[in-house]
Write a protein that binds this ligand. Structure first.
Ligand SMILES: C[N+](C)(C)CCCC[C@H](N)C(=O)O
Length: 288
């Protein structure tokens, strides 16, 4: 089984993450704090008070986890295509796989990465939702002191299964939308590249960026549901299941609930996935 795809996926995931982290910080701050008037206001205030470093707070945990997850995604995707079409990454430019094969391989990668992502994502969401202001003398400390403490507390209270809360919604979110991710990428590359040639760097950047946006736009409704189910364990608000969560969210907040965070997610998705695909292609090309 070719291993380079896993390594290239690892490095490209980490690079994409560094670029996307500032957007993620702004998103989390807007979602959890009321002191900002909008995206720009939040950026200006963060920069003024904390300099550029403020945008990169809390990056160490996601950088390790996203690298692992991206490595599984790209590694499984490429090896699934190899199994389906008997072509390696290098041969695929001359002998393009069908979009059906690309979709199936993307879904397989998406399905398997969802299980690796589930515990990391749960911890990220729980930590991002701790809105208590910074510890002041006398105020109770936040429930979780950091990622390791968060994982240990969930494990103690609920056992290993607790770490997979919301995993089912995450799998439903990621399996089809990562199929869409790779189909969009391959289709856009194919549109602007003469047959048999490698796509230019500009093409890879744009195709990767749009693949990220398409995938996030289609994933957002289940993203909202997934996050709510992950928080349910904490908030004593038990949903009977995924459908129950969907129905009660729509009843209370209307259909708009399915599009929460869409703008900032899309703004983040373009640079992150442009860089992820560019570095992935570049690494495999230079090793091949
Ligand atoms: C399938 N879904 C849209 C949820 C994720 C797509 C993942 C792509 C990339 N790791 C990123 O963080 O943007």
């Amino acid at each position: 089984m070719p291993a380079e795809e896993f390594v290239a996926g690892w490095i490209s995931g980490a690079l994409g993450l560094v670029l996307g982290h500032p957007f993620d910080t702004v998103k989390v701050r807007l979602q959890t704090q009321t002191t900002y008037q909008g995206i720009i206001d939040c950026m200006v205030k963060t920069y003024r008070h904390e300099s550029l470093l403020g945008f990169f707070k809390g990056m160490s945990f996601p950088i390790v986890s996203i690298a692992v997850v991206n490595s599984v995604l790209f590694g499984v995707y490429s090896n699934a295509l190899l199994a389906l079409t008997a072509t390696s990454h290098q041969e695929r430019r001359a002998q393009a796989p069908s979009y059906t094969h690309v979709f199936i391989a993307g879904c397989t990668g998406g399905f398997l990465q969802a299980y690796c992502l589930a515990p990391f994502d749960l911890i990220k969401v729980r930590l991002q939702n701790q809105t208590e202001p910074r510890a002041q003398p006398g105020s109770p400390p936040p429930r979780y002191r950091g990622p390791v403490h968060c994982a240990a507390s969930i494990f103690q209270a609920e056992g290993p299964r607790g770490l997979f809360r919301g995993a089912w919604a995450l799998t439903l979110r990621d399996t089809p939308t990562l199929g869409i991710y790779f189909v969009t990428y391959e289709w856009l590359c194919h549109q602007s590249t003469p047959d048999g040639q490698n796509p230019s760097s500009a093409t890879v950047l744009v195709a990767g960026g749009f693949a990220g946006i398409t995938s996030w736009v289609t994933a957002t409704p289940l993203d909202v549901i997934k996050s709510r189910m992950q928080m349910a364990g904490l908030e004593q608000r038990a949903y009977r299941g995924l459908l129950d969560c969907m129905v009660s969210s729509v009843r209370q907040e209307g259909l708009g609930v399915f599009f929460r965070g869409l703008t900032i997610n899309s703004a983040r998705a373009f640079p992150v996935n442009a860089v992820t695909f560019l570095s992935y292609e570049y690494l495999l090309h230079s090793w091949g």
